[in-house]
Design a protein around this ligand. Sequence first.
Ligand code: ZN
Length: 216
Amino acid sequence: MDENVDHRFCVKHLYGNWRKKYPGQEMKGALWSAARANTMSHWEKTMDKLKELNEEAWNDMKQIPIKQWSRAGYSTYPKCDLQVNNMCEAFNRAILEYRDKPIINMLEGLKFYLTNRIVKQRDMVIRYQGDLCPTIQKKLEVSKRDAAAWLPLSAGDPRNSLFEVTNGTWKYAVNLDAKSCACRRWDLTGIPCCHVVACIWYNNTRPEDFVDPYYW
Ligand SMILES: [Zn+2]
């Protein structure tokens, strides 16, 4: 394995194998909570719960490096927190009817499918108004909706980039210059989380301008 390239397991498939040894909804929930945890402290809590449920199952998961299966361990470099490979599965399903054809017919079928898809996507983008990709904009709108519940407290640094953001119960440290929030959502996805949006609004700036260039 190249040390500069991160490999992740598809958690759906990982769970599929694991389930044979550890069946049941409770175990399923425990594994997915650990996989979806964004921070190490949250991941540790979910792992403690798993240990309580079944120590052997906990030990099995401890053997797999965390950076390969939990968001808490994922690198923040790719700005992507995907945990399942359903993008390839969806493509595989779309080409199902062509896959067992003789080679020329198969390629013609793939060409037909891909051309159709590219034209449809292009038409959609031509009509689309906005700077960000549509799905990313939707995610940002959710952050904006949730930001109202959070109060940013500026650290008073000259660039106004350091904040502590609180809802009265929880606190997160935000650094706008470093593009980082302690909840790790912004770091992992490149899309500002609700804590970050609260700080961006405090500065009278636009949340869209803080989305990673990948999504423009
Ligand atoms: Zn956050």
